[in-house]
Design a binder for this molecule. Structure first.
Ligand SMILES: *Cc1c(COP(=O)(O)O)cnc(C)c1O
Length: 494
């Protein structure tokens, strides 16, 4: 199977190992497969009795055809092992009648990015071998907290790769800072910068496109690579858990083969929900795909009007991983519904004017599968309290946005098809806001919120966040944003 750019201008047609290594297409587009592979009911039936890693290897082998099934199975078994996912890779938990929580946060950083970032580094490591690459890949990440930690955990001690993460020194929570500063692994570096997230992001982008820096790396046997959520190596693994959830729903007797289920996803960059769309196109019996947003409701507006307009205020919410105004993976949906030529036009409009509008027939195609709802801050808090008090289910702030959207969808349409809500983080990852939502006093230090949440709810701190205050700190350096390249050179030489 080959992959092409969503914008169709570069003429590239490449196998999966190459695009996982490369990330973006040369025309600035994202890679999508030439065709969507199929998944028959017989195949779903045969996946029912398999473990998560086995299900994952089967689905991935349909897309990554230049990897053998055996290679994928080894990688999936390592990525989704019990030690990394002691609560299961993607268990389905009944939250209340008709609403099921697909918990994607039992991995090493207690958030759903682990589902992709535990496997993608292994795919990249193999891609280096498959493409005859002799240099070491240096992954550079700018993070506002969560992605950096998930990337560090995924890339640590993977052959042929080193990773360096920059974060704003005063722009992450205490828990996030401790998580990163105590990172283990022989191929990792964490450096704080004076400035905000944008300074870190701009610094990393500048280094990527600095030809002198690229030459310097090359001389030293390195090349730059990124761990971005637009990389196909992060998207493909996300298709798996929707198929897996369907199998689990069959196994628990909630549905019969062929019954539809709806899906509601707390959305930022549109990666997670796009993976659900791919599962549906493959043949998984999914009904409506409900796109849930927080106060940054640009996608809700787009899905109801067909107009994507980023000229609006940016809100900092208690679901920060969804505070996004440019939803990169939406571009893949545009290509599948409007074609490459139109997509290139939309993206040019977005870059020059900050807005584009799809035609009525494209909107109609999108409407066949998608609809959007959003939750504001007080609705998000109220849902956390309601689900805990009435159903003994404690969601995090992002999952709560999705639960709220799911309830709005059901109330508005009366559609009682079973609804799977993607649960993207442990409540302990955002413990201070969860405590406040439950009506407790929000602690100054978010480390204190962990114990506070245990005492208030009787739930358990997930293993990645346990004893976090007492771990050994390895990384203490803070540099000026203008000195980031020097830090990279120092790391490469050290
Ligand atoms: C990244 C993230 C999201 C958004 O996922 P997208 O694939 O970017 O739409 C939602 N919730 C949490 C906790 C996340 O970390």
């Amino acid at each position: 199977m080959n992959y092409q750019s969503t914008r169709g201008k570069s003429g590239e047609s490449l196998e999966s190992a190459q695009i996982i290594k490369q990330g973006l297409a040369l025309d600035g587009g994202l890679f999508i497969p030439d065709e969507i592979p199929t998944l028959t009911y017989d195949e779903i039936e045969s996946l029912r009795s398999l473990s998560y890693p086995e299900r994952a290897a089967t689905i991935l082998s349909k897309y990554l055809t230049d990897y053998t099934y055996e290679e994928l199975l080894i990688d999936c078994r390592e990525a989704y092992c019990d030690a990394s996912f002691p609560g299961g890779a993607a268990p389905v938990v009944k939250a209340k009648d008709g609403i099921f929580s697909l918990e994607l946060w039992h991995g090493p950083t207690a958030a759903f990015k682990d589902m992709a970032l535990q496997i993608m580094p292994r795919l990249l490591s193999r891609a280096l071998v498959k493409t005859g690459e002799e240099r070491t890949a240096l992954i550079l990440v700018a993070t506002s907290g969560d992605t950096g930690k998930a990337a560090l955990e995924g890339y640590k001690d993977v052959d042929g790769i080193k990773i360096m993460v920059f974060y704003p020194v005063d722009g992450v929570s205490r828990v996030q800072k401790m998580q990163m500063a105590t990172q283990t692994g022989s191929n990792v570096n964490v450096t704080a910068i004076y400035g905000n997230f944008d300074d870190a992001q701009t610094g990393v982008k500048k280094i990527f496109s600095d030809s002198e820096a690229v030459a310097y790396l090359n001389e030293n046997g390195y090349f730059f690579s990124s761990a971005n959520s637009i990389n196909w190596g992060r998207l493909a693994p996300q298709i798996v858990y929707y198929v897996s959830a369907y199998c689990d729903m069959l196994n628990s007797g909630e549905i019969k083969m062929g019954d539809k289920i709806n899906v509601c996803v707390p959305t930022g960059n549109f990666g997670n929900i796009f993976a659900a769309y791919l599962a549906k196109l493959m043949g998984l019996p999914l009904g409506r795909l409900v796109c849930a947003s927080n106060q940054n409701n640009i996608l809700t507006d787009f899905l109801s009007t067909g107009k994507y307009d980023r000229n609006r205020d940016f809100h900092c919410t208690m679901s920060p991983s969804m505070d996004i105004l440019i939803s990169s993976n939406l571009e893949r949906l545009l290509t599948l519904t409007a074609g490459k030529e139109k997509t290139a036009e939309y993206m040019a409009d977005l870059a020059s004017k900050g807005v584009y509008e799809v035609s009525a027939d494209v909107k109609a195609k999108i409407d066949e599968s998608f609809c959007g709802y959003f939750a504001d801050e007080s609705e998000t808090a109220a849902i956390i309290k309601k689900y805990f008090n009435e159903y003994s289910y404690l969601p995090d702030t992002h999952t709560s946005v999705a639960l709220c959207a799911a309830e709005k969808y059901i109330a508005e349409t009366g559609d009682n098809t079973p609804m799977i809500v993607a649960s993207t983080a442990s409540p302990y990852k955002f413990a201070a806001d969860v405590c406040a939502s439950l009506g407790l006093e929000k602690p100054e230090d978010d480390l204190d919120a962990l114990d506070m949440l245990v005492n208030a709810t009787g739930t358990e701190i997930p293993y990645p966040l346990k004893d976090i205050a007492s771990r050994t700190i390895r990384f203490t350096e803070t540099v000026k944003a203008c000195d980031m390249l020097d830090a990279v050179k120092k790391y490469v030489n050290g």
